[in-house]
Design a protein around this ligand. Structure first.
Ligand code: NDP
Length: 310
């Protein structure tokens, strides 16, 4: 069985940054990319808020840069999905693609999270062309324009408020007659003049040929439909951390986010660290994920050093 000092699972900013640091610390890491090499940034368009790219960069291009840098430092980057883990005894074991197992003395989980989508064909077709699941990433492109947002949790409330500062009007589509968001966030939303809340409202279809031009909504109490002209459509109905294979092994919260010891990347299992969106439901930014990937590599290096594993 192949044995490695540091195994990294996931290839978003957290995974690649962990690979860069672990390689430079001579841990000779192997990184498995998962089903979506590059992670969530590969389904966004322009990234303007990642420091160092003065003129902005396309999300997929940025992730190619991350990968190149990790490779240049010596990381062994492989296509493959971790499908099972056994963290009972050292060295730990991780199964790849339901096939071979690999042994590792330290594991960095950087499997990310996936945005939940409504499941409409138009939503998929116009993704990146007016449809987005991240207001902080893409809101800027809709400055002075009209947008809609679906969702009623804290994320939707926060994103609606963010968008209200950039856009002329924000149409907030809520499927029930109440919001799930915290009271203070609800009040802020309801007291913002350019956020218009639509209760009991479903998204029937996102309209537009090449880019979003509007949204057809339906009141689920009266069945009445209406069209709102918008240029942007934001989906904020929650995220799903990609932590399924660690259930029952690694401590997580009710939503499946991995718990780490505050101020570190340490999980409840010694030698297993978590970085990026799989353990962060608050910030979810490329730069914060990269920062936590760095922390995980440094934590792994210290752990291996203390154990005398070289
Ligand atoms: P939530 O699961 O809290 O909310 C999801 C929202 O989307 C709900 O209002 C839900 O409606 C709605 N929704 C789900 N599916 C659909 C659908 N198919 N159509 C229409 N609406 C739908 O997710 P969040 O991302 O908002 O928050 C996740 C966690 O992170 C929460 O615990 C939240 O408090 C926390 N958080 C905290 C922040 C902070 O403290 N600053 C910031 C952001 C998040 P319904 O209510 O009807 O189920």
């Amino acid at each position: 069985m192949e044995r490695v000092n540091c195994l990294i699972i996931g290839s978003g900013p957290a995974g690649y940054t962990a690979a860069i640091y672990a390689s430079r610390a001579n841990l000779k890491p192997i990184l498995y990319q998962g089903i979506q090499p590059g992670g969530q940034l590969t389904i966004t368009t322009e990234v303007e808020n990642y420091p160092g790219y003065a003129d902005g960069v396309q999300g997929p291009e940025m992730m190619v840069d991350f990968e190149k840098q990790a490779k240049r430092m010596g990381a062994d980057i492989r296509f493959g999905l971790a499908t099972k883990v056994d963290f009972t005894v050292q060295p730990y074991k991780v199964q790849i693609d339901d096939g071979d197992w690999i042994e590792a003395y330290s594991v960095i989980i950087a499997t990310g999270a996936s945005a939940k989508w409504l499941g409409l064909e138009s939503e998929q077709r116009l993704n990146g062309f007016g449809v987005s699941a991240c207001a902080v990433c893409d809101g800027f492109f809709f400055r002075g324009k009209e947008v809609a947002i679906v969702g009623a949790g804290d994320t939707a409330a926060e994103e609606a408020l963010y968008l209200s500062k950039l856009c002329t009007n924000v149409h907030m589509l809520i499927r029930r007659d109440a919001m799930r968001a915290s009271k203070v966030m609800q009040e802020r939303v309801l007291n913002t003049p350019n956020i218009k809340v639509y209760w009991n409202t479903d998204t029937d279809e996102i309209l537009g040929d090449k880019t979003v031009t509007g949204v057809r909504i339906k009141n689920n109490k009266t069945d009445e439909t209406n069209t709102i002209p918008v240029n942007g459509f934001f989906v904020a109905i929650g995220h799903q951390p990609n932590s399924e294979i660690f259930k029952g092994v690694i401590d997580m919260d009710d939503a499946g986010y991995i718990k780490t010891v505050p101020g570190t990347s340490k999980t409840n299992v010694e030698g297993v660290f978590a970085a990026g969106d799989v353990q962060d439901k608050i910030y979810r930014q490329a730069v914060t994920a990269a920062g936590s990937g760095c922390m995980a590599a440094l934590d792994a290096e210290r752990y291996l050093g203390a154990k005398g594993i070289h």
